[in-house]
Design a protein around this ligand. Sequence first.
Ligand code: PLP
Length: 388
Amino acid sequence: MIFQQQLRIPGPTPIPERVLRAASRPMIDHRGPEFAELLADVTAGAKRVFQTSNDLLVLTSSGTGGLESAVANLISPGDEVVAAVCGNFGERFAGIAAAYGARVVRLAAEWGEPVEPADLAEVLDAHPQASLVLLTHNETSTGVTNRLADLARVARNAGRVVAVDGVSSVSSMAIEVDRLGIDVAVSASQKGWMAPPGIAFVTIGERAWEMSERARAPRYYFDWRLAMKQAEGGSTPWTPAIGVMYAVQEGIRVMEEEGLENVFRRHRRLADATAAGLSALGFHLFAAEGHRSATVTSAVPVPDLDVGAYRRLLRTRYGVVIGGGQGKMAGKLVRVGHLGAVAGGDVVQVLWAMERALEDLDVAPADGRAMAAAAQHLTEEEAATAAP
Ligand code: PLP
C-alpha cells in the first residue's frame, strides 16, 4: 500500500501519529517498575473512560477474550443465562456462554432493531433462575445501539447480574458503568481507543466478584482473581501486550485533551452526517431510527449494487475501506465506521468516494449530494478537518 488508507471499518481504527510513536517505544521488563507505572496509569485512565470506580482488568486479548473472561468467571456449567441478542456480536456472547455449558435463553430482536426492555423484563420473569444477563451496548453488525440504561435497570431490578459488551461503544459513547449499576463491562483497544488490537478491558463490580466466587466454569488464562492479585502487585499473570498498552495510554491522553463529552458529541455528529450522506445516495439506513449507532452506520445499498465489487472499487481506486455485512447480512450491507480518530473531513472524503464510485459503476452521476447532506451536520471548519 503506497498511500494512506482511509480506514473506515468499525475497528481496527486509524491510529494517530503520536499514538503510533508511543506504541513503538523500546520494550521494558513486564515485572519491573516501569511496567507497574504503565499498568496503573492505563487502569486509572480506562476507569475514567468507563466512568467507574469498580475494579478494572487490562487483559492481553481481543475483545472476544474479554467477553469470554466474563463468562468463564461468572457461570457454572448448567446455569441458566439470559442473552439479549440483536445481531452477530450478541450471538457471539450467547455462543460463548453456551460453549461454557450455560443453558442460554436467547431474547432475540430482529436485526436492525434494538432489544426492547419490556421484552427483557418478560423473559426475566419467566426465568427466575437465570442469574446472569448478557447485553450488547452497541451491536456493530447492524449499527444498532441498545437503550443500555433501560435494559440494565430492568435486569438490576430483577436482581440479576449484568454483563455488557461495550467493545465498540466504550470510549466513543458514554457508558456510565457506576451510574447504571453495570456489574461487568468489556471493551477493546482497537475501537474508539485509537490503539492497535491486543488489549481488552473488563470492569468488575462487587456483585460480579461475589458471583465469580461461586462460579465453577473452568478458567486459566482469563482467571480474574489471579489477574487482580497480580495487578495489585503491578503486573499481569502472563506477558502483556506492552506496546498496545503504551498506545492505549496515549490514546486516553488524546481523548482527555479533547474532553470525553466532546469526544462523545463528535461521534454523534459524525454519525448523523454519515447517515445523511448515505441517505442522499439512496441507501436505506438499516438501524431503526432513534437507535442508530454513533460509531458505525449500516445501510442497505441501492438495488442491484454488488456490495463486494463496490467495496473493492472504493478500496483500490479511492483508498477508502468500509465494512460489509456480517452473518446473515453478508453481501447485503455496507457498514461505515466513524469511531476513534475521525473528523468531519474524513466523513466527507468517504462520502465523496462512495458517491464517485457509484458513478464509476454507472449507478448514478456524482453531483455532490452526499457531501451537501453531510455538511448540514458539520461546521465548515469541521468538514475541512481530517483526523491527525
Ligand atoms: N463485540 C462487539 C460489539 C464488537 O464490535 C466486536 C468486534 O468488532 C467484538 C465483540 C469482538 O471483538 P474482537 O474482534 O476484538 O475479539
